[in-house]
Each structure stands twice: as C-alpha cells, then as structure tokens.
Design a protein. Structure first.
Length: 278
C-alpha cells in the first residue's frame, strides 16, 4: 500500500492522480483498474468524437449521466504502462450552465477534477472555440488544447502560430488532423508529460477585474471556504455567484454543493488500497 497516495485530492504530489474518486463515483464514473482519468471537452462539430475513437478504439461504452437523459461515452487506453479512462463530455460552447450539457461538462471538470482536460478546437474557427478554452482554464490547472482540422485550416489559408498560442495560454497546444489520425501520438505524449509533472501548466486566467469586483470576490471566497472547506475552486464559484448563476446560487442555499464536494477519506483510502493490492 502506497501511503504517499493517501493525501487530499487538492494537495497531491506532482506524480499522483489529481482526480477525486468519491466525486467521480457520484458522477457515475467507475475508476476500477484505472490509473488516470481524462476529460474530453470541446464545441460541437470540432471532431471531438473522432479524437475519442482514435484513442479508445473498441474499448468504449455508452450510458447516461446520473439523473440525466444525456448520453455519456467513456473508454479506456494504455500509454507508458498507465491505464487511462477518457470521458467524452457533451459538446458545449460554454460552461455557464445554461443547459444540461453545459452543466454536465462543468460539473465533471470542477468536481471530478480529471487529471487532464483535453479541449478539442476547430482550427478554422479558433476565435469562437477559445471562449470555451478560457472558461476551462478558469477551473483547472491541467489542460491541453488540441487544434483539430489543421488540414481544413491550411485549405482556407489560415495559419496558426501554435508555439505562441501555447505560450499565451500556458498549456500545450497540439496540431491534429483526427480523421487521418495525425497528432494523436503528440497528444498522448503531452498528456503523459502533464501527469508526470515534466510539463507544468501555467494557465491564462482573467485577472483584470475592477477593484470593486475583486473586493467582493475575496469576501465571497472567505465565506465559501468557511462553509465548504473542501471546495476545489472557491474563486470560480464566487465568480459564478457574482454573475448570478442560479444553479450555483440554489446549490449554495440548499447545501447541495457541499455534498458533491464532501470528501470521505476512508472511501479514498479503500479505493487506493484495492488498486494497489490487485
């Protein structure tokens, strides 16, 4: 049994999983015999499903998200002796929770804390796709931007400086043509580098807030942390409250948000013990 892995999900070492096993269970994800979990996000019609199929092959299955009629696709693959589960999130244009699809994608990234979130973008419509990318980076420190349809971009004479984009966003940016399976090896390598700690993401965050908003934000954060000490991203939740996100407001009032954040150390210990003794 590896005692070094019996740490709080928010305080794990670089090489340990970042995901939250109890919350993943509540979100309907079975993590038996899996080392890492990857979230696959993106706008509709970006080729996200093609990337998913390339990585998982026939090792995939579908079902519904708990309490929802939305289909959930998940699969497994191996890379560098690690066993991965990848969850294909519903295609969304944002994470503001104005629809069921957006709510599912947001909750999985925020509460499930996947080890890496891969954002698949349409290279021919990059400006529109970056809206979701920036919202994902407000929630997680571990992300990769997969620029798909690079062949279509070239056909439309669109040139993208991926190195500069990576520098600006603070995350790896991978060029891909998923239909031709191009860029998949580079994507897998980037996933492995983030998980191993060889690549440390420094995601771009929107910090240019007015002094008045920043003051209110900090006050809210203090109250949220006091009421829900295990909240993984209290600043993001505080920002949603200031923006009037009704679902977050309702979950705060009812205390429901505390339930999904609740952390059962015994459950985590048992899961890790079982995994290390198989």
């Amino acid at each position: 049994m590896n005692l070094n892995r019996l740490t709080h999900a928010g305080n794990q070492c670089e090489n340990c999983p970042a995901h939250n096993i109890p919350n993943l269970k509540k979100l309907g994800i079975n993590m038996d015999k899996v080392d890492q979990v990857i979230a696959l996000a993106g706008n509709p019609n970006t080729g996200k499903s093609t990337v998913f199929n390339n990585l998982t092959g026939l090792k995939q299955h579908t079902g519904n998200w708990p309490g929802k009629t939305v289909t959930r696709a998940e699969g497994t693959f191996e890379y560098n002796t690690k066993r991965f589960k990848i969850v294909d999130l519903p295609g969304t244009y944002s994470l503001l929770s104005t629809s069921t699809d957006e709510e599912i994608a947001r909750d999985f990234i925020l509460f499930g804390q996947p080890d890496v979130t891969v954002i698949v973008a349409d290279s021919t419509r990059l400006e529109r796709n970056l809206n979701l990318t920036l919202q994902v980076l407000e929630i997680t420190d571990r992300a990769i931007l997969c620029l798909n349809l690079m062949d279509e971009a070239a056909r439309h004479r669109i040139s993208i400086d991926t190195k500069q984009l990576s520098k600006e966003l603070g995350i790896p940016v991978i060029e891909a043509e998923a239909r031709q399976k191009k860029g998949m090896n580079e994507l897998l390598q980037s996933i492995d580098e983030i998980i191993s700690g060889r690549y440390k993401c420094k995601p771009f965050r929107m910090n240019k807030l007015s002094p008045q908003i920043e003051h209110s934000l900090k006050q809210l954060e203090v109250l949220i942390k006091k009421e829900f000490p295990n909240m993984p991203n209290s600043r993001w939740v505080a920002l949603r409250l200031l923006e009037g996100d009704q679902k977050i407001i309702d979950s705060i009032r009812s205390g429901e948000i505390g339930l999904i954040h609740s952390y059962n150390q015994n459950d985590l210990s048992n899961n890790i013990y079982e995994k290390n003794t198989v």
